[in-house]
Design a protein around this ligand. Structure first.
Ligand code: SF4
Length: 325
């Protein structure tokens, strides 16, 4: 009861326009309610793609934190996409009280295939029962013009979100994490997508606590990304997965994960410089127990969400308060 009263008083005092709760940032939940009138569940789909940063066309071994299935590993890698969708709907329908679904091509680089292959895959997903959109995670350096034109065509027919991994604007960091592209290359892909159609929602993925980065570098990334006015930003702290090069660095004492308080602090600073219209797709990661080994606080997502709410309320700040300043 006590916490309820507190939450209510935070709701009343909340000056942030894109919120109907105590959240002082533009949550994905709020966006879904506005866009679809109710909750939608994202259904993760593993389309068995690879990545140019793994197969050698850009690099070998992938980003140092990559567990081989993208950022998180897929439990669905042996099922076809129809089965994965069906299973995802069964698992999430009750939990989310949802009857609308967004297939989410989450693993690896989902535009990294010949166009006919992509067309077959995407068109199949668009026709899944209850599907009201499509989310495609990929790299900005894997967007040939013909694929971009096709994405623009899809965006005329459904709510399409293309999610681009950036992680950091700093090329020194990109080199250190073996990202396999520069910020300039990212911008090239981003701008071509942006100019192809206003209907394509573009999400940018960022990671805080990358090796060699201090809070000022993370803030600079958020500021630069804010200037691009993306439709969505997803942020999480770097976590260490077993079997990755980052794990070897962590094990050898060459990498120390960011602390919870530091992460909450930088997150609030980043939210302040992002445009208020930009949807915050997430501020926590999906590290899997048994694979992700550190930092342990990253598994307690509620602590992070509550910590951000508390800090924004105590400082009377909100997303976009310092945008453009
Ligand atoms: S871009 Fe994604 S899938 Fe490719 S190596 Fe990096 S984390 Fe893994």
């Amino acid at each position: 009861m006590k916490s309820k009263i507190k939450a209510n008083s935070q709701n009343v005092a909340n000056p942030f326009v894109y919120s109907d709760t105590n959240k002082r940032y533009h949550t994905y939940d709020y966006y879904l309610k506005q866009r679809f009138g109710s909750k939608c569940a994202k259904i993760p789909i593993d389309a068995h793609m690879t990545c140019p940063n793994i197969d050698g066309s850009k690099g070998f071994g992938g980003c140092i934190y990559c567990s081989g299935g993208g950022v998180g590993a897929s439990a669905n890698c042996c099922m076809d996409i129809e089965e994965q969708y069906k299973r995802g709907v069964e698992l999430l329908a009750d939990k989310w009280h949802a009857d609308k679904y967004i297939p989410y091509l989450q693993y690896h680089t989902n535009t990294y295939s010949p166009l006919p292959v992509l067309k077959e895959l995407y068109e199949k997903l668009l026709k899944m029962p209850g599907a009201v959109g499509l989310n495609i995670a990929t790299r900005a350096d894997c967007l040939p013009d013909r694929t971009v034109d096709y994405l623009a065509d899809i965006a005329e027919r459904t709510v399409l979100t293309v999610e681009l991994g950036l992680q950091s604007i700093h090329d020194s960091t990109a080199k250190l994490i073996n990202r396999g592209h520069t910020y300039e290359e990212f911008l090239d892909g981003y701008e071509r997508l942006r100019h192809a159609s206003d209907m394509i929602n573009i999400a940018i993925h960022l990671i805080d606590g990358l090796p060699g980065e201090d809070p000022d570098m993370m803030l600079a990334t958020a500021k630069a990304v804010g200037c691009l006015k993306p439709d969505m930003v997803k942020i999480h702290s770097l976590y260490v997965n077993k079997g990755t090069r980052l794990f070897d660095m962590y094990d050898a004492g060459e990498f120390t994960p960011i602390k919870k308080e530091e992460y909450i602090d930088i997150l609030v600073r980043q939210l302040q410089v992002l445009p208020p219209e930009t949807v915050i797709g997430r501020i926590t990661g999906d590290g899997e127990r048994g694979i992700a080994v550190a930092p342990d606080w990253a598994f307690r997502k509620v602590d992070i969400l509550n910590g951000v709410d508390k800090k924004m309320f105590a400082e009377n700040t909100w997303q976009g308060r310092l945008y453009g300043k």
